[in-house]
Design a protein around this ligand. Structure first.
Ligand code: XIL
Length: 366
């Protein structure tokens, strides 16, 4: 009897210590970050009926308390930076791994954030078994179909919007040569959207691309594509404008009118991967220029009814893809490497604060 009680106590103590040990992100969040709630961009954005989001690196999310704190305080939408890409979810054929992406989706749920899924159909970050598999066209179509169904079913009801198709165009507006275009022809886009809709009828379905923020051949091609899809009754809810800008390239031409023509088709638009890079080193003048760009981007979104979300591609210069991808450039996000808000941050906040309210939208509540 005594022995039994003893082992029961031991077991309970063990269980308690496991529950209390900070091995999960949820447990770590509770260590020293609760308390007075400071206002963040998300609080200002609420009144403007726009989501303010960021790309998230789940590795950093796990390891840095400051990152979690700022993420929870500032944003009400998150996009996994890499964790939902095909190579991350299915590195080995048939073995789906949702560990990292689920961690983010759970974080988002705990913090009242929506999730933008990124991305199902793309030419990049595909697993080796797929690109080097010598599959027939029919096999590739089946593989893509299965991928979309498997991934979307897994996240059904937990991921509110998906970049179903990413970066389908070349700069001149022709369709980009990719494994999907070669196997299935241009209809890979419509088919993917259709399958995505079947897998999760409530998810908002997007096509996403870069260098379509202003008018030009690429944005015209996107316009033509989505107009045609709408006319054919293909399920599509919106267009994602990545908005990877640089102060040395100028601000996109006629961005507001450009977004407007898409919303005139009955589509939503979102700025999905905003960053504004600069040639290093950083100077006050460059930061001021960057502030202006961020402010204009937010202003443009707020002026277009139907611009539903504004997502930055990383929120701190400590963890941004820019320096690794664009030699000699960086400092592209609204917070510096020590999580101090930069002028760009205040531009976002000011825009959210100063504009008159827009008509309310039920887009995210459905
Ligand atoms: C980038 C990530 O930020 C990097 O970490 C990764 O090494 C490469 O991909 N357009 C997109 C994003 O749609 O998925 C890309 O993300 C940036 C450009």
């Amino acid at each position: 009897m005594i022995k039994k009680a003893h082992s029961f106590l031991l077991a309970s103590a063990l269980l308690l210590s496991i529950m209390a040990s900070p091995t999960t992100i949820a447990a770590m969040e509770n260590k020293g970050v609760k308390g007075k709630h400071d206002s963040g961009l998300r609080d200002y954005a609420k009144r403007r009926v726009v989501k303010v989001g960021t790309a998230v690196d789940v590795n950093v999310l796990t390891n840095e308390q400051q990152y979690r704190k700022v993420l929870a305080r500032e944003f009400n939408s998150v996009t996994p930076e890499n964790e939902m890409k095909w190579e991350a979810i299915e590195p080995t054929r048939g073995q789906l791994n949702f560990t990292a992406s689920d961690q983010l989706v759970n974080f988002a749920r705990r913090h009242g954030q929506v999730v933008r899924g990124h991305t199902l159909v793309w030419h990049n970050q595909l697993p080796q078994w797929l690109t080097g598999g010598n599959f027939t066209n029919e096999e590739l179509e089946q593989i893509l179909h299965k991928h979309i169904i498997d991934v979307m079913k897994h996240f059904k009801g937990r991921v509110q919007a998906w970049d179903v198709v990413n970066e389908p165009f070349n700069e001149d507006g022709t369709l980009r040569d990719s494994i999907w275009l070669r196997a299935m022809g241009p209809d890979y886009i419509a088919k993917s959207l259709q399958w995505a809709h079947e897998a999760d009828p409530h998810a908002k379905l997007y096509i996403n691309d870069y260098n379509i923020e202003g008018t030009g051949p690429k944005s015209d091609a996107m316009y033509k594509l989505v107009k045609d899809l709408k006319e054919r009754g293909v399920p599509i809810d919106g267009v994602g404008f990545q908005s990877h800008l640089g102060i040395q390239y100028g601000f996109p031409e006629n961005m507001q009118q450009n977004l407007q023509r898409f919303t005139d088709l009955g589509l939503k638009v979102s700025l999905t991967e905003v960053d504004v890079r600069m040639p290093l080193p950083v100077t006050d003048e460059k930061l001021a220029e960057q502030k202006d760009y961020f402010g204009r981007l937010m202003d443009t979104c707020l002026r277009v009814k139907g611009c539903e979300s504004f997502t930055v591609w990383g929120f701190t210069d400590a963890h941004s893809w820019v320096p690794g991808w664009f030699t000699g450039q960086g400092a592209a996000t609204p917070f510096d490497e020590s999580y101090r808000p930069k002028p760009a941050y205040f531009a976002l906040r000011d825009e959210l604060t100063k504009r008159a309210g827009r008509p309310s939208s039920e887009f995210w509540d459905k």
